[in-house]
Ligand binder design. Structure first.
Ligand code: ATP
Length: 261
């Protein structure tokens, strides 16, 4: 669980994050959404300890990263997996070497144990057969899966994904979303996804945090979003007539199935 209590962050005299409270539970995909400039990146950097907030607390299963000594922070960071926007693979390394890298840096495991663990996670993301290929030889979706394998290879308790679907077609995006959702439950991780992808919101949004001008404007699940009457959220999510119609259709369908809220 990651808990934010009254987190505030400014640059100079400009407040960017204006007192945010969030509880993110384990085994859940927590999505941070909001328009450009709403503070998603700054908030995420505060959560992972890259920025220090002026006020507030950010607790990882009770441990406050804001006041934590550097040594403990380093230790905590090893329990955090990161999936970066462009996958951020090393081009000169094979798929397997990319996944072995965090194990070599941080695990203290023997050579055979490292190879075994890398194979396990590569098998989990269905990439065992591509392990000797270089990033330039695989597709964008495969690169994301290598990024996911590398992010989970140290068995993290927390997973951060920055725009996991950027540059992917809708079908591949769906596969990546499903994979993130599945591993979140399998590894009992607290997953935080920063996204602009509304399909992801509806597909894996166990807990959606909608940021507006540095504040948490709305939070709820992908089911609750269909019934929210928050105007700012509605204008953001269901921006087009097509999506407004899709929302109404979904409400009618839910009513027919007796699932309406
Ligand atoms: N290092 C910094 N110094 C000063 N201002 C910053 C810094 N980083 C971000 N900001 C400002 O903080 C505000 C929020 O930026 P942030 O990058 O968090 O938005 P975002 O919601 O992630 O946007 P996007 O969706 O475009 O990535 C912006 O006004 C930005 O200019």
């Amino acid at each position: 669980m990651i808990e934010l209590l009254n987190v505030k962050k400014s640059f100079g005299d400009k407040p960017i994050i204006k007192g945010v409270d969030i509880v993110m539970e384990s085994s859940k995909c927590n999505l941070i959404i909001g328009s450009s400039g709403s503070g998603k990146t700054v908030l995420t950097k505060c959560i992972v300890g890259l920025f220090t907030p002026e006020e507030g607390h950010i607790k990882y299963d009770g441990q406050d990263i804001v006041s934590m000594p550097l040594e403990e922070k380093k230790e905590l960071r090893q329990r955090i997996g990161m999936l970066f926007q462009g996958s951020a693979l090393f081009d000169s390394m094979t798929v397997e070497q990319n996944v072995l890298f965090p194990l070599e840096m941080f695990s203290g495991k023997s050579y055979n144990e490292r190879k075994k663990r890398a194979d396990e996670v590569l098998a989990r993301v269905n990439l065992l057969e591509a392990k000797n290929k270089y990033p330039a030889e695989i597709s964008g979706g495969m690169k994301k899966r290598v990024g996911i394998a590398r992010a989970i290879v140290l068995n993290p308790k927390y997973l951060f994904c920055d725009e996991p679907n950027s540059g992917l077609d809708p079908q591949t995006s769906l596969l990546i979303d499903k994979l993130i959702k599945e591993i979140t439950v399998e590894y009992d991780m607290t997953t935080v996804v920063v996204t602009h992808d509304m399909n992801s919101v509806m597909e894996i949004g166990d807990h959606i945090i909608y940021m507006y001008q540095g504040q948490k404007q709305w939070e709820g699940s992908n089911k609750e979003i269909i019934y929210s009457d928050d105007k700012l959220l509605n204008d953001f999510i269901f921006a087009s007539d097509f999506l407004q119609d899709a929302k109404k259709m979904r409400q009618i369908e839910d009513k027919r199935k007796g699932l309406a809220q």
